[in-house]
Design a protein around this ligand. Structure first.
Ligand code: SF4
Length: 281
């Protein structure tokens, strides 16, 4: 494809998570005539399961997923931000490691006036989520799941039916993104320690360095990772999580026509307002 022939592009960002993978499958199955370019913005701090899932997805789609690597890595930006860990209050990581590489990737074409259609995996059951308005005249954001009414149960079904299934980390964590993402629940930190102790240790090192530099933030609210990993505290976190699950099971009204419609994931248990659309889709 030469630049002279391209009047518009179709791009779809994959996070290594369930919803964006389902959207790629959906677009492939329903709009095979569109030449969709798939991309993944690599923070360099992703779970190994994410790369494995992207590999399987590439096989399914029959085309490569372009890796967009940030020009500067997490360590560079951490120094720029005086060793302050990113947090929900100052989310510099998403800006520098996810959004900036995407902007740099599409900017030359946007500047030439080429239309970029970006497909985003917001689901019909979360249509109220804002923040998807493009400031660029020729960057058009599309929400196919909202437009066609696909909710969480529908996209899980779609992934299962395609044979791709869910990312393997879903058995212990329900979101893609950095190993040390501060949006993780405490139970997910406990499980990260169990599944990837080296990633937990790395997060601890970052945190110690940050605290030594007077960072006001720890990765997990109200306690350091060294405190969180104490056996007593771990037992308490597991117990709290179990209680939440029991409460949820008690209050759940099952839909007899679609028993899968109330799938439990972390968002069901803890709410979904604390997430990042660039990293966790
Ligand atoms: S996954 Fe979390 S830590 Fe990583 S860039 Fe996204 S918001 Fe930041």
């Amino acid at each position: 494809m030469t630049d002279e022939l391209v009047y518009e592009r179709h791009v779809l960002g994959l996070s290594g998570g369930r919803d964006s993978a389902a959207l790629a499958v959906y677009m492939r199955q329903n709009f095979p005539e569109l030449d969709v370019e798939y991309f993944f913005t690599d923070t360099g701090k992703e779970l190994p399961e994410v790369y494995e899932y992207l590999g399987r997805l590439e096989g399914f789609l029959g085309r490569p997923i372009t890796r967009l690597n940030p020009d500067r890595d997490f360590d560079f930006w951490l120094k720029q931000y005086n060793n302050f860990l990113p947090s929900p209050q100052t989310r510099w990581c998403t800006r520098q490691l996810k959004i900036r590489p995407f902007e740099q990737w599409v900017k030359p074409d946007l500047d030439k006036g080429i239309t970029i259609n970006s497909y985003v995996a917001i689901r019909a059951d979360e249509a109220s989520r804002g923040g998807m308005v493009s400031k660029q005249r020729n960057l058009h954001v599309h929400l196919p799941f909202v437009e066609h009414g696909l909710d969480k149960a529908a996209i899980v079904e779609l992934l299962e039916a395609s044979g791709l299934g869910l990312p393997s980390y879903y058995r212990w964590r329900s979101r893609s993104g950095c190993t040390f993402c501060f949006y993780q629940q405490k139970i997910e930190w406990v499980r990260l320690k169990q599944e990837h102790p080296e990633a937990y240790e790395e997060a601890k090192r970052y945190e110690k360095e940050a605290l030594a530099n007077h960072s006001p933030f720890t990765w997990s609210q109200g306690e350091s990772l060294s405190e969180l990993e104490q056996p007593k505290r771990i037992a308490q976190i597991r117990e709290n999580h179990k209680k939440r699950l029991e409460r949820l099971a008690k209050n759940r009204v099952e839909n007899p026509l679609n028993p899968n419609s109330e799938l439990v994931d972390m968002d069901d248990v803890y709410g979904s307002e604390k997430m990042c659309l660039a990293c966790h889709k």
